[in-house]
Design a protein around this ligand. Structure first.
Ligand SMILES: [Zn+2]
Length: 381
């Protein structure tokens, strides 16, 4: 996700924070420090409230990730937004019951946190107006009692925020958890693709209504969330469409076999010459009949900069790269390109290089397959 920063990693999952989190951190510090007149202590208190929200969102997202990992999924990164997070899953369980569990466990974690906070609401010294008083005022949109710095205020906020996170994420709109829950319920009755399309339409209709409400009430947060949901639903739908369409073919059924290769000792200058004459940007690097690496266009350009045209391919090539086998579904190529943000994937058969699939080729195959409902190529066995 754009505008996000890596802050660490847990369970092999990269944790990234979206810039909006820093913005609301500054806003909360300003709110308590200046607007509510609490000075430095208020600014610190405001920041602590947002950091605690951050921890709750991390717990929410990690619950999803751990559950997905339990089902054999792979999660490469989590980007944290104030309203929840976006997990980049390499392999997401598509089996409806599993998806249901993975989706539900996030909001459930917030409900559990909220329940655990209830005893604390009773234990705080001098509650302002009863244990649940502050909370019910917050829920009624009247948070005056919480403006100052107080233990009850803090716990009431956390209680409220966790219930809000759970409720918001359970809305039946893609790409929120509720949208996935909705899809997995639909997928019990219809095909996964049709369930996805229905969930996308419902998600976008919801975003539209939310956006209209936001415009009429001049609520900027509503408008931002509406845009986020609308685009998320769009992306989710397009991705699912792409995967299910491409899955009709095996990689070997639509593969350019005349891929030009280079050797590790080739000079970069020689590769430049090949690029000029061939319609190819990324090259498999083959050494003694074995695939040793991939030289991408970016590698070539950076290499020309750093080691010049006389430098060898081996010094700048990609050594850690994904491959697919010829009998894998074509959709695997799409998933690998997506998860690694690459434009070419070498195809192997019995360990030997058979060719390479590029992003342009993949888009072309998709357009052809999507142009008709009739099978263009005999179905893959
Ligand atoms: Zn979630």
């Amino acid at each position: 996700m754009k505008w996000s920063f890596k802050v660490g990693s847990v369970f092999g999952i990269e944790l990234r924070v979206h810039i909006t989190f820093f913005l609301i951190l500054v806003y909360a510090a300003y709110l308590w420090g200046s607007l509510y007149g609490e000075g430095t202590a208020g600014a610190i208190y405001g920041s602590v409230v947002i950091l605690a929200l951050f921890v709750c969102v991390v717990i929410h997202e990690l619950s999803h990730s751990r559950m997905a990992q339990y089902f054999g999924g792979e999660v490469s990164s989590i980007t944290l937004l104030p309203i929840g997070g976006v997990s980049l899953m390499k392999k997401m369980p598509e089996e409806p019951t599993r998806e249901l569990l993975v989706s539900l466990v996030g909001p459930l974690s917030n409900v559990i946190i909220a329940v655990l906070l209830i005893p604390l609401l009773y234990l705080v010294p001098n509650p302002v107006d009863g244990a649940f008083g502050a909370f019910s005022r917050l829920a009624a949109g009247n948070g005056d009692v919480l403006i100052g710095i107080s233990a009850q205020g803090f716990i009431s906020y956390m209680f409220f925020i966790n219930l809000l996170l759970a409720a918001f994420n359970l809305l039946p709109a893609f790409p929120l958890d509720g949208g996935r829950v909705f899809r997995s319920i639909l997928a019990e009755r219809m095909s996964y693709m049709k369930a996805t399309r229905t969930a996308v339409v419902v998600g976008q209709a919801f975003a539209f209504i939310l956006g209209i409400i936001g415009i009429f009430t001049l609520n900027i947060i509503f408008i931002i969330i509406a845009v986020f949901i609308y685009m998320g639903a769009e992306q989710e739908g397009a991705g699912a469409e792409m995967k299910s369409t491409l899955a009709q073919l095996k990689v070997g059924q639509a593969l350019a076999r005349d891929t030009k290769t280079v050797a590790p000792d080739d000079r970069l200058g020689a590769v430049v010459n090949m690029v000029m004459h061939e319609y190819q940007e990324d090259f498999p690097v083959v050494s003694g009949g074995e695939l040793a690496g991939v030289l991408t266009r970016a590698n070539l350009i950076n290499g020309l900069h750093s080691i010049g045209p006389d430098g060898p391919v081996s010094q700048v090539m990609e050594k850690d790269f994904p491959v697919v086998s010829a009998d894998a579904p074509f959709s695997d190529v799409y998933e690998k390109m997506n998860e690694r943000r690459i434009k070419a994937v070498p195809v192997l058969e019995d360990g030997h290089l058979l060719g390479m699939v590029t992003l342009e080729h993949l888009s072309e195959v998709f357009m052809l397959l999507a142009s008709t409902d009739q099978p263009l190529i005999p179905a893959a066995k």
